[in-house]
Design a protein around this ligand. Structure first.
Ligand code: 5GP
Ligand code: ZN
Length: 116
């Protein structure tokens, strides 16, 4: 999608701090980290949200989760992490390109993650 910021990040048209990349997914550090480790993993293909996936997306969704643990450890969260996918208005999704948040660090993330 031409006006999607995460598509532009995947394409290299908007700079990002890359954490990982393969044929299906791209990971980068969140611009406003909520915890010492805050990495976003996105499908390279534009998928608007988790409410927009189809059966064809199953390999991509599997990869999204499969790389999460490695990304958490590689980025300083060696003793666990929180993974979050916000979806749609009710889920508080701000960027309409499916993304998995990986949050962690040395200390527990806590019972909830607040944006404020
Ligand atoms: P959402 O609320 O949609 O689940 O999360 C969107 C996330 O994307 C936010 O945590 C926000 O900080 C991050 N974000 C938005 N724009 C950019 C950007 O241009 N670069 C990076 N690295 N992160 C972004
Ligand atoms: Zn997109």
């Amino acid at each position: 999608m031409s006006d999607c910021i995460f598509c532009k990040i995947v394409a290299g048209e908007i700079p990002s701090s890359r954490a990982y990349e393969d044929d299906l997914v791209y990971a980068f550090h969140d611009i406003h980290p909520l915890r010492p480790t805050h990495v976003l993993v996105v499908p390279k293909k534009h998928i608007a949200s988790l409410a927009h996936v189809s059966a064809d997306d199953e390999p991509t969704l599997g990869r999204l989760l499969a790389v999460a643990s490695k990304l958490a450890v590689d980025n300083g969260s060696t003793d666990g992490f929180r993974s979050i996918i916000n979806t749609g208005r009710v889920g508080g999704q701000e960027v309409s390109h499916l993304h998995l948040h990986i949050l962690g660090g040395a200390e527990p993330v806590g019972p909830m993650v607040s944006k404020t």
